[in-house]
Design a protein around this ligand. Structure first.
Ligand code: ANZ
Length: 815
C-alpha cells in the first residue's frame, strides 16, 4: 500500500543518478551527437525563481528525449560568476566576492539538482576559476596579437553611482535604477569587433533556425548603411577663427537630396567647431559643448527628445549649387558615427525638419510628392525636382538613379566617394572593477606594452573593493608585488583594468567540451565532434549583446583554427517570461517573486516541471498561478494510481499477456507520434496534453498491458523523470528509464480509421458517406446534410431534430 510520496521518490532517484553517473557524457564519437545548452546563470544572492527554470526545464526535456532516441547528448551547466552584484555586495559587507560567489553557486547547484536536471555535472565550469579564466586571458592575448585589442582614450559612459564605465548596452538598465550616466574620456581597452561587421551581418543568413526577429535586432545593431562621404568647403571670415578655408566631410545615405541641403550640423565634439565659432557665437558654443558632455548617447539621440543646437556663425558652400549654408552644432549628431558631421535636408529628414522649424532655417523640397505642403517627405519613391545647376542635374531622376549620379559626379570632382557605414562600434572591453578577469598586460616605460607570458594571471586579493577616486580599478590597490615587476625588458606595471562580464561568456560553450584540458581551449577532435550547439535556450535580453559578442569571438577562434564552424549556435530559442500571479514581471521590489525552492518543497520537481511546460508555448509570456499547479498534482496522482489503484488494493501487475484493446493500442501509437513531433518542435504543452489523454484511456480500460504502461513511462520521463523512474522499476523493469529506447509508432495504427455513416431522414435511409473515426456530432451532421440525395429530401423542410450515433449514423427529423 503506497501513496505517492514525491519527496522520498525524488530524493531516491537524484541519489541514484548521482551514484551511477547516469548522465555523464562520454566522448563516444561513433554515436550521433546532440548538444543542448542553457544560457548559464549568474549565481545571484537571491537564488533561482520559477521564471529562471523554465528554459532549463525545456532543455532538460530535449536532452532526455534525445538520449532515449539514441543520441550522445551533451547537456552541461556552469556559472557566469564574475560581475558587478558580487562586487557591490563585497563593497557593502567587506566579504570577499569569492566567498560570496561560492555560497551562491552552492545554493544554485542544490536547487538545480533538486529539479532533477540531467546535467553532466563532471563538466561544470565557473568563469571565476583560474583554470577557466586562464583561457579567457589566453583568447584575449590572441586578440591582442591579431591587432583586435587596443588601447584608446574614449569618451565612455561613466556611471558615478557605480563608479564604473558601462557599455552603451548597459545604460538603459542603470537609468532605470535612477542612476546617472555621463560621458567622460578615459583610457580603455577596446576590441575591434567592427573588423567583423560584414561577417557578423552576412552570416546571420546562415542561421535558419534563429527567430527572424532576433536576427533583425542584430542587423539593426550592426546597422549597415550605404551612402557617400562628401566634402563641403567652409568660408573663412574675419569673425571666425579659420586659418584658411577648411573642408568638412559629411556622411549621407541620401545623396539624391544634396540640392536640399540648406544647413550643416556638426557634433559638438567635432574638431573644427571652435575655429568655426565666430566671436559673437563662441561663448554660446562653448556652453553647449559643456552641456553635451554631460549627456549619454541615449539621451542625445532619442527621437522624441526636443532638438537643441547653436549656430557657429560660419557658413559652408553646398557643392551642388554653390549656395552658402549656415553651420550649426547639435547633440543629435554623434561624433562616433559617420564623420561626425551632416548635411541637413529639412524637407526630407524628420530630425532636420524639426531642427529647421525650431530655428527658422529655410526648407527646400527636392523630391516631388503629392502630399500636402508643410510636411516632411521622407519617401524614396519620389522624383527629384529643383535639383539642377551648371554642375549637376538630377531633375526627373528616381532615388536610385540620383543616388548613383551624385556619387559619380562627386568622384569625378574628387570631393566625395561611395561609402558603407556601420552603426556597430568597437567594444569597450575594460572595466574599472575588481571582480573580473585581470587583463594579462604589462606596461613598460615609454609606453611599451607586452602580454603576460605565464597564464593564468591570477586576480590578486585586495582589502578594499572601491575604485580609486580617479576611477582607477580597485586592482590599483593590490600589493606592490602584484602591481609591479621587472624582467629582461625592464620594469613594468601591470594593467589594473579587468574584463567586462561578457568575456567569460563569449566562449564557455566550448569549454564544456573539454573542461579540464590543460593545453588547449578545446581539443580539435572534441570540437569537431560536438560543435555546433544544436539547441541554445535563453532569455531574449541577450538578443544582441551576449549573442553578438559570442559570435564575434567564435569567428576569431575560427580564424585561429581553433573551431571548425563559422557560427556557434545552430538553433536558438528565447523562452518567454514567467510573470508573477499579478501579471507583473517578477521582481523583489514588487514582492511577487516565486522562489524555486518554495514551490519545490511544496510540490516537488516533477509537478513543477510539468506545470511550467503546461502553462503554454515556451516562447510566450505567461503568468504564474499556484492554483493551476493543482491540476498537475492531480494528473501525477492518476498516473501513480495506475500502479497503486487505492490504499486498500494490492499493487497492479502488468504483463504482455494482458489484453490491450484496439482503441488503446491505436491511441498509444498516436501518442508516441505526437510526443515525438511535439518535443522536436518544442511544443511541450501539447505533448503533455496528449499524454494526459492517453492516461485517461488507460484508466478507463483498467489496462494491465505492460507495453502500454512501459510506453507511458518512457513518454512521460523527459517531463517527469522521478515518478517515471519509480514506476518503471515497480512494473518490473531494470533501472533506469533514462536508458530505455524511445518507442517507434506504427504508421498504419496512427492513421485515422474510416467508417461508413448512414444518413436517415425521418428514420428512412437516404444516403451513406465515409468519414474518419471519431468525428463529432456537429461534424457528422454537417457532412450528412451535404450528401446529395439527402440534401434533396431536406429542401424546403424545417428541421426539428438531429440525432447522431458516433461513428455510425445521423438521423434528421423534419416537419
Ligand atoms: C542627408 C539626409 C537627407 C539624410 C535625408 C537622411 C535623410 P543611417 O546610416 O541609415 O543611420 N547622419 C550621418 N552621420 C550622422 C551622425 N554622426 N549623427 C547623426 N546623424 C548622422 O543614416 C545616415 C543618415 O543619418 C545620414 O544621411 C545623415 O543624414 C545622418 F533626407 O544626410 B542624412
Amino acid at each position: 500500500v503506497m501513496n505517492y510520496d514525491f519527496a522520498q521518490i525524488e530524493e531516491k532517484w537524484q541519489k541514484y543518478w548521482e551514484l551511477h553517473q547516469t548522465f555523464k557524457t562520454k566522448d563516444d564519437f561513433s554515436k550521433p551527437k546532440y548538444y543542448v545548452l542553457d544560457m548559464f546563470p549568474y549565481p545571484s544572492g537571491s537564488g533561482l525563481h520559477v521564471g529562471h527554470i523554465e528554459g532549463y526545464t525545456a532543455t532538460d526535456i530535449v536532452a532526455r528525449y534525445k538520449r532515449l532516441k539514441g543520441f550522445n547528448v551533451l547537456h552541461p551547466i556552469g556559472w557566469d560568476a564574475f560581475g558587478l552584484p558580487a562586487e557591490q555586495h563585497a563593497m557593502k559587507t567587506g566579504i570577499h566576492p569569492e566567498i560570496n560567489t561560492k555560497q551562491n553557486i552552492e545554493n544554485f547547484r542544490r536547487t538545480l539538482k533538486s529539479l532533477g536536471f540531467s546535467y553532466d555535472w563532471s563538466r561544470e565550469i565557473n568563469t571565476t576559476a583560474p583554470d577557466y579564466y586562464k583561457w579567457t586571458q589566453w583568447i584575449f592575448s590572441r586578440l591582442y596579437e591579431m591587432g583586435l585589442a587596443y588601447i584608446a582614450e574614449m569618451p565612455v559612459n561613466w556611471c558615478p553611482e557605480l563608479k564604473a564605465v558601462i557599455a552603451d548596452e548597459e545604460i538603459e538598465e542603470q537609468l532605470a535604477k535612477g542612476y546617472t550616466v555621463v560621458q567622460r574620456p578615459m583610457r580603455q581597452w577596446m576590441l575591434r569587433i567592427t573588423a567583423y561587421s560584414e561577417r557578423l551581418l552576412n552570416d546571420l543568413n546562415t542561421l535558419d533556425e534563429w527567430p527572424e526577429s532576433l536576427k533583425e535586432m542584430q542587423r539593426n545593431w550592426i546597422g549597415r548603411s550605404e551612402g557617400m562621404e562628401l566634402q563641403f568647403r567652409t568660408i573663412q571670415t574675419k569673425e571666425n577663427h579659420l586659418l584658411a578655408d577648411e573642408v568638412i566631410r559629411i556622411y549621407t545615405t541620401r545623396p539624391d537630396t544634396l540640392f536640399g541641403a540648406t544647413y550643416m550640423v556638426l557634433a559638438p565634439e567635432h574638431p573644427l567647431v571652435l575655429s568655426l565659432a565666430t566671436d559673437t557665437q563662441l561663448a554660446e558654443v562653448k556652453r553647449y559643448i559643456e552641456t553635451t558632455a554631460r549627456k549619454s548617447t541615449l539621451e542625445r539621440t532619442g527621437l522624441q527628445k526636443e532638438k537643441t543646437g547653436v549656430f557657429t556663425g560660419s557658413f559652408a558652400i553646398n557643392p551642388a549649387n554653390k549656395k552658402p549654408i549656415p553651420i550649426w552644432i547639435s547633440d543629435f549628431v554623434l561624433i562616433s558615427y559617420g564623420t561626425g558631421a551632416i548635411m541637413s535636408v529639412p524637407a526630407h529628414d524628420a530630425r532636420d525638419w524639426e531642427f529647421a522649424k525650431k530655428y527658422g532655417i529655410p526648407i527646400e523640397y527636392v523630391i516631388h510628392s503629392d502630399k500636402k505642403e508643410d510636411n516632411v517627405i521622407t519617401t524614396k519613391d519620389g522624383i527629384c525636382i529643383n535639383s539642377k545647376s551648371d554642375e549637376l542635374n538630377l531633375n526627373g531622376l528616381s532615388y536610385k538613379d540620383a543616388f548613383e549620379k551624385t556619387i559619380e559626379w562627386a568622384e569625378t570632382q574628387k570631393i566625395g566617394q561611395r561609402k558603407v557605414n556601420y552603426k556597430l562600434r568597437d567594444w569597450i572591453f575594460s572595466r574599472q572593477r575588481y571582480w573580473g578577469e585581470p587583463i594579462p598586460i604589462k606596461h613598460y616605460e615609454q609606453g611599451r606594452i607586452e602580454l603576460e607570458t605565464s597564464l593564468p594571471l591570477v586576480l590578486p586579493s585586495v582589502q578594499q573593493f572601491l575604485p580609486s577616486e580617479t576611477g582607477e580599478s580597485p586592482l590599483s590597490r593590490a600589493s606592490h608585488d602584484w602591481l609591479n615587476g621587472k624582467d629582461e625588458l625592464g620594469s613594468f606595471r601591470r594593467e589594473t583594468n579587468t574584463m567586462p562580464q561578457w568575456g567569460g561568456s563569449c566562449w564557455y560553450y566550448l569549454r564544456y567540451l573539454d573542461p579540464t584540458n590543460k593545453n588547449e581551449v578545446v581539443s580539435k577532435e572534441k570540437e569537431k565532434y560536438w560543435m555546433n550547439v544544436d539547441l541554445y535556450v535563453g532569455g531574449a535580453e541577450h538578443a544582441v549583446l551576449h549573442l553578438l559578442y559570442a559570435r564575434f569571438w567564435h569567428k576569431v577562434l575560427f580564424d585561429l583554427n581553433i573551431v571548425s564552424t563559422i557560427e556557434p549556435f545552430r538553433k536558438l530559442v528565447n523562452q518567454g517570461i514567467i510573470l508573477g500571479e499579478n501579471g507583473q514581471k517578477m521582481s523583489k521590489s514588487v514582492g511577487n517573486v516565486v522562489p524555486a525552492d518554495v514551490v519545490l518543497k511544496k510540490y516537488g520537481s516533477d509537478t513543477i516541471r510539468l506545470y511550467e511546460m503546461f502553462m503554454g508555448p515556451i516562447e510566450q509570456t505567461k503568468p504564474w498561478s499556484m492554483s493551476s499547479i493543482e491540476g498537475l498534482v492531480r494528473f501525477l496522482g492518476k498516473v501513480w494510481r495506475l500502479v497503486y489503484p487505492d490504499t486498500l488494493s494490492e499493487r497492479n501487475t502488468f504483463t504482455n499477456d494482458e489484453n490491450i484493446s484496439r482503441d488503446v493500442e491505436r491511441l498509444m501509437h498516436k501518442t508516441i507520434k505526437q510526443v515525438e513531433e511535439d518535443i522536436e518542435a518544442l511544443r511541450f504543452n501539447t505533448a503533455i496534453s496528449a499524454i494526459m489523454i492517453y492516461v485517461n484511456a488507460l484508466i478507463k480500460e483498467k489496462c494491465k498491458n505492460k507495453k502500454a504502461m512501459d510506453t507511458l513511462c518512457i513518454l512521460l520521463s523527459p517531463f517527469a523523470p522521478h515518478i517515471t523512474e519509480e514506476l518503471w522499476e515497480l512494473i518490473g523493469n531494470a533501472p533506469s528509464v533514462s536508458q530505455a529506447k524511445f518507442p517507434n509508432y506504427d504508421e498504419e495504427l496512427v492513421k485515422n480509421e474510416i467508417v461508413n455513416i448512414a444518413v436517415q431522414v425521418n428514420g428512412k435511409l437516404r444516403g451513406v458517406f465515409s468519414a474518419p473515426i471519431g468525428l463529432s456530432a456537429e461534424e457528422l451532421i454537417t457532412q450528412a446534410k451535404n450528401v446529395e440525395h439527402v440534401a434533396n429530401f431536406l429542401k424546403n423542410k424545417m428541421i426539428l431534430k438531429e440525432i447522431t450515433v458516433p461513428n455510425k449514423l445521423v438521423n434528421i427529423v423534419t416537419k
